[in-house]
Design a binder for this molecule. Structure first.
Ligand code: EPU
Length: 344
């Protein structure tokens, strides 16, 4: 187990915000996590933040509590039949390594989620999604440890409350359970999801029939064209969620903005791209101090170098305000803001 005081978080957040944690603990097994929870001083568990790859976080100050990080690695096949294979994976495995492994094995289902930054544990908390697929489509079970008692609890997928970029682990049970392992089911039978955006067109341009590797390569190319590489430019992917409107709200907006892209979002609801709204407000490529808006995807805010959390927040607030004024829509961050971690 690693347990360090005054620990730099620069390498633990893809926004590259230079802040420190009062204490940083990384455990390597369920037993070590239980031991940590059992021996933490009373009150310390109230100032705990569990992070994964830090690809969806915005630190707005040093963190005065304990940052926990999983070091639970490994993957094992736990079930297989003629059409499917079920794999149990440690929360600290890198998500895209799992996707590459599944594609290499000829297993279908994860390829559209190629190159999403972050770790397996976060896939189950955040219900990561892209190009018409969400993690919940693959997840069967989520194994956790309860913070208050240290007991192990396994959630079946139906009990995880999955919705767009959301789950019980982010919602009603936030902070109460730590994900240690996730079990995914892949299909051995060919089945592709190519309807989103230009995936099919890009594949056809190359003249190839879809294969798992070709779809993965195509998704990687599309992402690299639109999204900044967090190794080079600090960012946390989409900064805001795409707003979901009632058909009535959307109908009124469509009168003024007939070219507004939109997607069905369940009974009577319509999802509109926040990137389009922000773009239409003229923000694409703009900067405010050391914070900026990516020039190829307005939904992505970037650290132009040396920005602090407050710089990014100031830009985000200005964007929210202009979208509210122009469209009457309140954008909600998808990125989680993390302050000093003490109760106000
Ligand atoms: N658009 C613009 N201008 C922009 C950005 C987008 O006009 O600056 C338009 C595009 O032309 C397109 C529409 O908005 O018509 C949607 O854009 P895109 O396909 O890039 O997807 P998105 O809705 O902006 C979502 C996810 C991404 C995911 C892509 C592909 C959210 C918040 N974001 O973005 O997820 O990769 O779809 O599925 O749902 C992330 O969560 O970090 C992330 C990158």
């Amino acid at each position: 187990m690693m347990d360090v005081c005054h620990y730099p978080l620069l390498a633990h957040n893809t926004f590259h915000i230079d802040v420190y944690a009062r204490r940083f603990v990384e455990y390597g097994s369920v037993g070590e996590l239980q031991w940590f929870l059992a021996t933490a001083a009373p009150g310390e568990l109230a100032h705990l933040l569990h992070i994964g790859g830090g690809s969806n976080l915005l630190f707005t100050s040093d963190f005065e509590g304990i940052i926990l990080h999983s070091g639970i690695r490994g993957r094992e096949i736990v079930g297989e039949d003629a059409g499917t294979v079920t794999v149990r994976v440690g929360a600290a495995e890198v998500w895209d390594d799992l996707v590459a492994y599944a594609v290499g094995q000829g297993w279908y289902g994860a390829e559209n989620l190629s190159l999403i930054p972050g770790e397996v544990g976060a896939s189950a908390v955040q219900n990561i999604g892209a190009y018409g697929v969400e993690a919940k489509d693959l997840i069967r079970q989520v194994e956790t440890v309860r913070v208050a008692t240290g007991e192990v609890k396994t959630f079946e997928v139906a009990d995880c409350g999955y919705a767009y970029r959301s789950s019980v682990f982010k919602g009603s049970l936030k902070g109460q359970y730590i994900v240690t392992h996730v079990t995914y089911r892949f299909s051995k039978e060919p089945s592709f999801r190519l309807e989103y955006g230009n995936i099919r067109a890009v594949l056809e341009q190359e003249g190839g029939v879809p294969t798992l590797q070709r779809v993965r390569d195509c998704i990687i190319r599309i992402r690299r064209e639109k999204l900044p590489d967090p190794q080079v430019t600090g960012n946390a992917g989409s900064f805001f969620m795409n707003p979901v409107l009632t058909e009535r709200q959307f109908g009124r907006l469509l009168q003024d903005w007939p070219d507004m892209p939109h997607y069905p979002a369940g009974e009577g609801m319509v999802k509109v791209p926040a990137g389009w709204l922000i773009d239409r407000c003229g923000w694409k490529g703009k900067s405010m101090g050391k914070a900026g808006v990516h020039d190829r995807q307005a939904l992505v805010l970037v650290n132009r170098g040396g920005a602090c959390g407050a710089d990014i927040v100031r830009l985000a607030e200005a964007i929210v305000e202009s979208v509210r004024q122009r469209f009457g829509i309140s954008l909600q961050p998808e990125v989680n803001y993390v302050g000093h971690g003490l109760k106000e």
